[in-house]
Design a protein around this ligand. Structure first.
Ligand code: RTP
Ligand code: MG
Length: 140
């Protein structure tokens, strides 16, 4: 998910491009301004932590782009492409390492496990909003 800072900064195209050129398949995408309730559900694992209120405020402060990508090892590779939570600790070449310096403005969210991805996909998308197709010119 591209967070409000990434959308405001015009980084949507670059984020999608990086996943596309790596070979991942975009199967779902939507733009929305999340409610505080949806943002809190998304980050429920952090409820009670000191940064939680700010996190929910920020995620619901503007438009986000929610996406579902498919492909080999997408969760692990996706997290590598996203970079470390704190952009200052993210390597150049990662999204956060290329675009951020502040932990509260780190451009993008990436699911941290397959289980989290399944939960988050169900939270943000209806089943009929995900496309079922095979781009046979990339995958054997
Ligand atoms: P995300 O869920 O957004 O992909 O980020 P992440 O897995 O790398 O990090 P996570 O621990 O899940 O934290 C969620 C978001 O909360 C903000 N955060 N602030 N100490 C702090 O002030 C702090 N720690 C985390 C970050 O924006 C992080 O992306
Ligand atoms: Mg996380």
């Amino acid at each position: 998910m591209i967070k409000p800072d990434g959308v405001h900064r015009g980084l949507v195209g670059d984020v999608i491009k990086r996943f596309e050129q790596r070979g991942y398949k975009l199967v779902g995408i939507k733009v929305l301004v999340p409610s505080r309730e949806l943002a809190a559900k998304h980050y429920a694992e952090h409820d009670g932590k000191p940064f939680f209120p700010k996190l929910v405020d920020f995620l619901s402060s503007g438009a986000v782009v929610a996406m579902v990508f498919e492909g080999k090892d997408i969760v692990r590779t996706g997290r590598t492409m996203v970079g470390a939570t704190n952009p200052l600790a993210s390597s150049p070449g990662t999204l956060r390492g290329d675009y951020g310096i502040d932990v509260g403005r780190n451009v993008i969210h990436g699911s941290d496990s397959v289980e989290s991805a399944m939960r988050e996909i169900a939270l943000w998308f209806k089943a009929d909003e995900l496309a079922d197709y095979t781009p046979a010119w990339i995958y054997e």
